[in-house]
Design a protein around this ligand. Structure first.
Ligand code: NAD
Ligand code: UGA
Length: 480
C-alpha cells in the first residue's frame, strides 16, 4: 500500500489529504503537525477549521486510511510520498523583511525529512513558495541524505477557502512540476497516478519545477489584480454616478474577460494574495526587474487604498468624527463560509475606526472573540508564525465588544458596516435594526449585499461600494 505523509495540518494540508484519502482507498494517508492542539482537534468532533463538507469527508476516512498525528518523524520515515504544507509567511525581519517569503518552517521540515528518511522518497512542495525553492530544498536533502534518494516535485494548491471541498473534488487543474530527468519524470507519474483516481487526465498539467512554482504565484497575482481593477473602478463609479455592479456585468460579458471575480469590495483579504504578491515583487526585484515589481506592487496599493477609502467614507459621513460613537461591524472573516480572519480587510477597517476613537460592536457567525482581540492587537505579518513565536499575551483592545447576533451589535449604534458577505446579512430585519439605532442611522456596505433602495426607504443613509452616492455623501471627500 502506498503511504503518504503530509507535514502541516492546516487549511491546505487537512482538506487536501482528507480528499486524497476519500478518493484513494488504496492509499494510507497520515497528516502530521507540531501543534498538539491542532492535531487533537482533527481527531475530535470539532475540526480546527470550518469548511463546508469537510466534516463529512473526514468522518468517512478517519480511522480507516486517514490519520492525524504529532508523531512527525515516524510517519515521515514510513512514507513513500511526503507533502510539505507548512506556512510560508512574509519575513518580518532581516533581508527582504516585509516582502520575501520566510522559509524557516519549510527548511526545518526538509532537514527533518533528510534526518529520518531511510528509504527513497518523493518530496512534494504543497506550500506556496518562491521560484527556485525546490533547488534549495534539493540541496538540503541531498547534502544530508546519507545515501537516500529524493525526488522533489512542485504541486501547488489552488483551492479557495469556503469552497475547498468542491474545489478539491473538481479542480480546474492539478499542476505537477518536476525535474526533466528520468527520475523526475517517474516521480511526476507516481503523483499523477494518485490524482488520476478522480481527476480527468486532461486536467492534470505536468511542467518543469520552475513553471509550477511560478504559476502558483502568477495565478494568485492575476486573481488579486482583477479585484484591484474592479475596486479601482468602484472609486470612479462613485465619482461619476456609474454603478460598479452594472459595469462589472457589462465588462464580464466579454467572453475574453469572463464574469467571475469581479465583485467590488472593501478589499481582498486572506492568507495568500498579499503575501504571494509581495513575494513576487521581491523575486522581480532580486532578478533586476523593478518595472515588473512596481506593476504588481500597485495591486496591493489599490487594495490598501480601498480599505482607507472605506474608513474615510464612514468618518466623513458621520460629521467627521466617530469618537465615542458605537459602530456595529457585521462580519469579520475575510470572506463568507469561513472562520478564517488572516489578513481580513476587517482588521484594517476596525483599526482605522478605533484610531478615530469609535466604539465597535462586532458580530461574525464564525469568528470568536479571542480571535478578533488577537487580530486587532497583533502586528502585521505576526499572525502567520506559530503561536509560540507570537507575542505572549496581546493586550486586549478595550473599545471593542464581540457579540453573538446582528441585532445586539446594532442596538443603539450610530452606524453599521458590513465587512463580510455572509448570506444572513441579506435577510436581516433592517426595519427593526433601524428602529433600534441612533439617528441619523448609517449603513456602510463594503460587500454590496444590501438592497440600497429598500434601506433608503426605511430611512437609512446608505453607502455601498461603487454605487451611486446618497445625497448625504455627495460633497464629502472620499479620501482625506
Ligand atoms: P496553516 O498555517 O493553516 O498550516 C500550516 C501548518 O503547518 C500549521 O498547523 C503549523 O503548525 C504546521 N507546521 C509548521 N512547521 C511545521 C513543521 N516543521 N513540522 C510540522 N508542522 C509544521 O497554513 P495553510 O493555510 O494551510 O497554508 C499552507 C501553505 O499553503 C502556505 O504556503 C500557503 O501559502 C499555501 N496555500 C494556502 C491556501 C489557503 O487557502 N489557505 C491555498 C493554497 C495554498
Ligand atoms: C485564493 C485563490 O482564489 C485560490 O485559488 C488560492 O489557492 C488561495 O487564494 C491561496 O493561495 O491561498 P482564498 O483566499 O481562499 O483563495 O479566497 P478567494 O475566494 O480567492 O477570496 C480572496 C479575497 O478576495 C476575499 O477577501 C474575497 O472576499 C475577495 N474577493 C473575491 C473580492 O473582493 N471580490 C471578488 O470578486 C472575489
Amino acid at each position: 500500500m502506498v503511504k503518504i505523509c503530509c507535514i502541516g495540518a492546516g487549511y491546505v494540508g487537512g482538506p487536501t489529504m482528507a480528499v486524497i484519502a476519500l478518493k484513494c482507498p488504496n492509499i494510507q494517508v497520515a497528516v502530521v503537525d507540531i501543534s498538539v492542539a491542532r492535531i487533537n482537534a482533527w481527531n475530535s468532533d470539532t475540526l480546527p477549521i470550518y469548511e463546508p463538507g469537510l466534516d463529512d469527508v473526514v468522518k468517512q476516512c478517519r480511522g480507516k486510511n486517514l490519520s492525524f498525528s504529532t508523531d512527525v518523524e515516524k510517519h515521515v520515515s514510513e512514507a513513500d510520498i511526503v507533502f510539505v504544507s507548512v506556512n510560508t509567511p512574509t519575513k518580518t525581519q532581516g533581508l527582504g523583511a516585509g516582502k520575501a517569503a520566510d522559509l524557516t518552517y519549510w527548511e526545518s521540515a526538509a532537514r527533518m525529512i533528510a534526518d529520518v528518511a531511510k528509504s527513497k522518497k518523493i518530496v512534494v512542495e504543497k506550500s506556496t513558495v518562491p521560484v527556485k525553492t525546490a533547488e534549495a530544498i534539493e540541496k538540503i536533502l541531498t547534502h544530508n541524505s546519507k545515501g537516500v534518494e529524493f525526488q522533489i516535485l512542485s504541486n501547488p494548491e489552488f483551492l479557495a477557502e469556503g469552497t475547498a471541498i468542491s474545489d478539491l473534488f473538481n479542480p480546474d487543474r492539478v499542476l505537477i512540476g518536476g525535474r526533466e530527468t528520468p527520475g523526475g519524470q517517474k516521480a511526476i507519474e507516481t503523483l499523477r497516478d494518485v490524482y488520476a483516481q478522480w481527476v480527468p487526465m486532461d486536467r492534470i498539467i505536468c511542467t518543469n519545477l520552475w513553471s509550477a512554482e511560478l504559476s502558483k504565484l502568477a495565478a494568485n497575482a492575476f486573481l488579486a489584480q482583477r479585484i484591484s481593477s474592479v475596486n479601482s473602478m468602484s472609486a470612479l463609479c462613485e465619482a461619476t454616478g456609474a454603478d460598479v455592479s452594472q459595469v462589472s456585468h457589462a465588462v464580464g460579458k466579454d467572453t475574453r474577460i469572463g464574469p467571475k471575480f469581479l465583485n467590488a469590495s472593501v478589499g481582498f483579504g486572506g492568507s495568500c494574495f498579499q503575501k504571494d504578491i509581495l513575494n513576487l515583487v521581491y523575486i522581480c526585484e532580486c532578478n533586476g526587474l523593478p518595472e515588473v515589481a512596481n506593476y504588481w506592487k500597485q495591486v496591493i496599493k489599490v487594495n490598501d487604498y480601498q480599505k482607507t477609502r472605506f474608513v474615510n467614507r464612514i468618518v466623513s459621513s458621520m460629521f467627521n468624527t466617530v469618537s465615542g460613537k458605537k459602530i456595529a461591524v457585521l462580519g469579520f472573516a475575510f470572506k463568507k463560509d469561513t472562520g478564517d480572519t488572516r489578513e481580513t480587510p476587517a482588521i484594517d477597517v476596525c483599526k482605522g475606526l478605533i484610531g478615530d476613537k469609535a466604539k465597535l460592536s462586532i458580530y461574525d457567525p464564525q469568528v470568536h472573540q479571542d480571535q478578533i482581540q488577537r487580530d486587532l492587537s497583533m502586528k502585521k505579518f505576526d499572525w502567520d508564525h506559530p503561536v509560540h513565536l507570537q507575542p505572549m499575551s496581546p493586550t486586549s483592545v478595550t473599545d471593542v465588544t464581540v457579540v453573538w447576533d446582528a441585532y445586539t451589535a446594532t442596538k443603539d449604534a450610530h452606524g453599521l458596516c458590513i465587512l463580510t458577505e455572509w448570506d444572513e446579512f441579506k435577510k436581516l430585519d433592517y426595519q427593526k435594526i433601524f428602529d433600534n439605532m441612533q439617528k441619523p442611522a448609517f449603513v456602510f456596505d463594503g460587500r454590496n449585499v444590501v438592497d440600497v433602495e429598500k434601506l433608503r426607504k426605511i430611512g437609512f443613509i446608505v453607502y455601498s461600494i461603487g454605487k451611486p452616492l446618497d445625497e448625504w455623501l455627495k460633497d464629502m471627500p472620499a479620501v482625506a
